[in-house]
Structures are given as C-alpha cells and as structure tokens.
Design a binder for this molecule. Structure first.
Ligand code: PRP
Ligand code: URA
Length: 208
C-alpha cells in the first residue's frame, strides 16, 4: 500500500478512540471529528508551495510567506462535511466543491446525487475529504469525477481506512495519495469497517 500514509500521533490515537466509542454523542462526535481533521491538515498540506513577500517587523524588513497553491476542498456528502471546517480554519481562501454520493445498502456501489465544483480544478491542489474509506467505491468514483473535470493533483484525507479501499484506490488511481488516521483490519459482510466507528454520516448528523 505505497499510496497510504497513516498519520501517527498520540492526540490522533486518543481522538480515534473517542470516535470509535459507541457512547460518544453526536455533539461530541462532531467536535472530535473536527479536532482530528485539524491535526491531519498539518501533514496533508505539508508540500503546499509558498510565495514570499517583504514584510516589516517592528524591528526590520524580512521575508513573509503566503500559500502559493490554489486549494480546492471537496467533501464527499454527507460525512466529509464533518471535516470541512477544520480545513477552512487553516486555509480560509480555499474553494469548496461538493460531491454527493451514498452507498447502495445491498450492492455497496456508490450512487451519485450531487456535484458542484469551482473552476480551475486542473491548476489546483484538490483535497478530497471523507472520514471513511471502506470498499473504496465512493472515493474512487469521486476521484473519477474530479479527473473528468481535469483535476490533476488529487489527494484523499480519510480518518479510518480499510485495506480493501486503499487497494482499490491504488489500483484505479495510483497517482492519488491517501492520508488516514488509522488503517483498520477489514470490512464485515455488510461493508462496514472493523473495528471502525460505525456509520460516520449517521453519527455526525444524528440520523440513527
Ligand atoms: C460513507 C462514507 C463514504 C462511504 C465509504 O458514506 O462517508 O462516503 O460510505 O464507503 P465505500 O468506501 O465502501 O464507498 P455513506 O454512503 O454512508 O453516505 P452518507 O455520508 O450520506 O451517510
Ligand atoms: N461508511 C461508513 O460510514 N462506515 C463504514 O464502516 C463503512 C462505510
């Protein structure tokens, strides 16, 4: 799984445990998801390019920096929305595209229902955000959508990845790097990640 980077940190491990815990309320789940995404932003954006400009400190002139890359964030609806605000805190001028996908409960194949993207996908760093990478069907479909619209520099930030999903993405989109907070054991027969954290969308929005 050469395309996978698991971001290891004690604070991340603590937060995943809170997300996994079935007694964590939706309110706390949202808070922890946002905090965990914030911890990951640092590593996912480490290679962004900088431009420099002169600034005056109270003492002398020196060099300041701006992010030179255009960044487009693409949350996969619904669960990706739980990570979006963390990114916008750090990159407030990022543009946001949305992809609406849900997994058909029996086939486990993604069904798309919404897509809206800002222009300039081809010249931007595109960060796809979705906490769960299970079979990989949704992420792979989302990447296909982005590539059809000329996106070239795409990375995926998930929280929990299953080996099956990482492998599917590596096969279908070897150019897409996957950042995860943890690589879990496997999928169960219903396509849920084990041990996982359950249905991320339902837990974020309290729909079950
Ligand atoms: C979840 C999750 C991913 C997808 C992962 O969304 O947020 O998008 O499942 O599964 P996959 O890797 O097997 O495709 P879900 O379909 O539950 O939609 P929701 O966020 O609207 O609840
Ligand atoms: N989607 C989720 O929200 N959770 C899983 O375990 C698998 C897919």
């Amino acid at each position: 799984m050469r395309n996978l980077q698991v971001i290891e940190h004690p604070l991340i491990k603590r937060d995943i445990s809170l997300l996994r815990d079935k007694s964590t309320t939706s309110e706390d789940f949202r808070i922890v998801m946002r905090r965990l995404a914030s911890l990951m932003v640092y590593e996912v954006t480490k290679d962004l390019r900088l431009s420099s400009y002169p600034i005056e400190t109270p003492l002398e002139r020196t060099e300041g920096y701006n992010i030179a890359d255009e960044v487009i964030l693409v949350p996969v609806l619904r669960a990706g929305l739980g990570m979006l605000e963390a990114y916008l805190n750090f990159i407030p001028n990022a543009k946001v595209g949305h992809i609406g996908l849900y997994r058909d409960e029996t086939t486990l194949k993604p069904v798309d229902y919404y897509a809206k993207f800002p222009p300039n996908l081809s010249k931007s760093v595109v960060i796809l955000i979705d906490p769960m990478l299970a079979t990989g069907g949704s992420a792979s479909a989302a990447v296909r959508y982005l590539k059809e619209r000329e996106a070239k520099n795409i990375r995926l930030n998930c929280v929990v990845a299953a080996p099956e999903g990482v492998q599917l993405l590596e096969r279908e989109h070897p150019d897409v790097k996957v950042f995860a907070a943890v690589l879990d054991r496997a999928l169960n027969k219903n396509g849920y990640i084990m041990p996982g954290l359950g249905d991320a969308g339902d837990r974020i929005f309290g729909t079950k």
